[in-house]
Design a protein around this ligand. Structure first.
Ligand SMILES: Cc1ncc(COP(=O)(O)O)c(C=O)c1O
Length: 359
């Protein structure tokens, strides 16, 4: 590939960045004094900065570059799609080939009862969709009070008003008047940090049963859903004890609480299966997807929902929700090509059989 090398010297780029670019989750003054690192090139698992220094990208961008950098196929597909149909909306009784093909592919890959996709451009937006969708679902079934969504302290579900409210990050709630109403929290299943002398299996059950206690406190008729990452990513790569998820599943089923698995990090191979729900034996009603869906090459996210939810939402008139870029044709085409590569190159098998044993 012909690299772009005629950029400004590093110091000038750093100065311009400090003057005009506000970084997410960053003390911008401190960064300006230090001087930002400028990444100019990436290939495979290796990043190169503007000084020619190379780094092993252990975090895969932001847990999203699942197939690695430098896959020309994705660039080619994007270029072709931009020339054929760079944009059209999916609001007004229209669709297009990439979004149809991607939706069918996701239905094939997802657990068998999840067959319908509502698109967004990020995980945060998709979780905002989930808030509105589960509330609208219960209202459509004549239960408008089933509104509260239970999440976990220290969870991460995004940075929009809805996403950050679903998340349980104290630092985020401290800024900007969060959380929004009708979100509640239980403790995370972090045995290593919080388990003390309790046996992990017992601890997993105790943390899961906090959900049952919270449902009892709020009243089953007021709770719409429970949301959680199969394995908490941003919170600290927290793998719950093996007893945790089966108990959560039992509680959600017993109390008619929808289960939202936030697969934004766990999805698309990271746990050695297509989804973290497959690895941990979860049967969710909705899965939030983003990141690895396109390996981060282009923004796209969404919610894959159960047949039951799709049926109820479908039969309840207009669902007054959507984004200009819901099902964007270029993003959909790139995502589809990314899924082809993951499948044809057996990347998930490699994660499971080669990489995982090392970890
Ligand atoms: C589990 C989870 N959900 C949602 C999000 C938000 O996704 P995005 O940053 O694409 O809005 C993230 C981002 O890291 C995440 O890890």
């Amino acid at each position: 590939m012909n690299k772009i090398i005629n950029h400004l010297p590093t110091a000038e780029l750093q100065e311009l960045d400090a003057a005009h670019h506000m970084h997410p989750f960053t003390d911008n003054d401190a960064l300006a004094k230090k001087g930002v690192r400028i990444i100019t090139y990436a290939d495979g698992v290796t990043l190169t900065d503007s000084e020619g220094m190379q780094y092993l990208d252990g975090m895969a961008g932001l847990w999203c570059v699942n197939i690695g950098y430098g896959r020309k196929e994705l660039a080619d597909v994007a270029a072709r799609q931009m020339q054929q149909l760079p944009y059209y909306n999916t609001f007004f009784q229209t669709s297009h080939v990439p979004v149809i093909a991607l939706s069918a592919k996701l239905a094939e890959l997802a657990p068998e009862h999840l067959n319908s996709v509502f698109y967004a451009s990020s995980g945060s937006e998709a979780n905002d969709t989930n808030i509105r969708m589960v509330r609208h679902y219960w209202a459509s079934k004549g239960k408008p009070n089933k509104k509260t969504i239970i999440s976990r302290h220290n969870a991460y579900h995004g940075s929009t008003l809805g996403g950050a409210s679903l998340g349980g990050m104290a630092g985020m709630h401290a800024q900007g008047g969060l959380p929004i109403p009708d979100i509640d929290y239980i403790d995370q299943p972090h045995w290593y940090d919080e388990g003390g002398d309790t046996d992990p299996a017992q601890f997993g059950l105790e943390r899961a049963r906090q959900l049952e206690a919270k449902i009892a406190e709020l009243g089953e008729d007021n709770v719409a859903a429970f949301i959680a990452e199969p394995i908490q990513g941003a919170g600290g790569i927290i793998i719950p004890p093996a007893t945790y998820w089966p108990e959560i599943q039992r509680i959600c089923d017993a109390h008619e609480i929808l289960l939202i698995a936030d697969e934004v990090i766990c999805g698309f191979g990271r746990t050695g299966n297509w989804f973290g729900s497959d690895t941990l034996g979860i049967k969710p009603d909705i899965m939030t997807i983003a990141k690895g869906l396109s390996s981060g090459y282009i923004p796209i996210g969404g919610s894959i929902v159960s047949d039951e939810i799709a049926k109820v939402i479908g039969a309840s008139g207009d669902f007054n929700h959507g984004y200009t870029y819901s099902g964007h044709p270029v993003a959909a085409a790139v995502a589809l090509e990314n899924l082809r590569i993951i499948e044809e190159e057996n990347i998930i098998g490699h994660v499971r059989d080669v990489a995982a044993p090392y970890f």
